[in-house]
Design a protein around this ligand. Structure first.
Ligand code: CDP
Length: 234
């Protein structure tokens, strides 16, 4: 028996490891993984490169709105690593979108309703056939409210910032723990308090606090849910 072609929605706070978890689930159960945050990050990079964000952080929304119809964001598998990469047109932007500069502007960009519509349209196209695991902030509440399985992730903020620090240092970025913690807390605040599609746990989402869990323990936790809900033995 195989797992039904459901939609799995994983939402939660910044740097809780949603994407690593979603990737593991996708690999184990043969689902497609979709990173909605990567699309918000690509829009942010696009806005920065076009000069639509001023040095004091003001966003030229009119210019962004006009230019957005010309932005093409896709995901492609890199042949040598087999890892999915985010593209703007024909250019891989995977590295740039993960940098702290983009992290610092992404939440103000993600507040804008026409940006959310742009991303939601793309997500709906990707999610049409099911068998997908998607992570973000509003997947289980707004984008796919009928998702058959919803998980809401949280963890202690300092632990999250340490994890992100390790990740960025491993990529050779020169970052400070305090700056990362500040960014994580700021994003959580903006994401949770915005008017359109704020970050919150869907009533039917299962809460996962992974502060003191290993990836293996997390996967065992998930397998047990799949077993109980769908009768599937992995
Ligand atoms: O750093 P982390 O992996 O936790 O974040 P991300 O998933 O890459 O998302 C970056 C930012 O995009 C978030 O802080 C939100 O402001 C925004 N976002 C959103 O508003 N809605 C989503 N479904 C996904 C991301």
């Amino acid at each position: 028996m195989s797992v039904p072609k459901i939609i799995i929605a994983i939402d939660g706070y910044a740097s809780t490891g949603k994407s690593s978890f979603a990737k593991m689930i996708a690999a184990k159960y043969g689902f497609l993984y979709l990173d909605s945050g990567a699309i918000y990050r690509a829009v942010t990079l696009f806005a920065l490169e076009r000069g639509f964000i001023s040095d004091n952080g003001e966003i030229d929304q009119n210019s962004l709105k006009e230019a957005l119809s010309g932005l093409k964001v896709t995901f492609r598998r890199e042949a040598s690593t087999q890892k999915s990469e985010t593209y703007i047109g024909e250019r891989s932007v995977e590295k740039e979108i993960r940098q702290l500069e983009v992290s610092n502007y992404v939440s103000p960009i993600a507040v804008i309703p026409f940006v959310r519509d742009f991303v939601d349209n793309l997500l709906h196209k990707f999610g049409e056939d099911g068998a997908i695991v998607m992570d973000g902030r509003d997947i289980g509440t707004v984008v796919f409210p009928n998702a058959q399985l919803k998980i809401f992730m949280t963890a202690d903020a300092e632990i999250r910032a340490r994890r992100r620090e390790k990740e960025l240092l491993a990529k050779g970025e020169d970052v400070k723990f305090e700056d990362i913690l500040k960014n994580v807390l700021e994003r959580d605040y903006i994401d949770s308090h915005r008017e359109t599609a704020p970050l919150k746990k869907a009533d039917d989402a299962i809460l996962l606090d992974n502060s003191y869990m290993t990836m293996e323990q997390q996967m065992e936790w998930f397998d047990a849910i799949i077993r109980e809900r769908f009768g599937y033995e992995s």
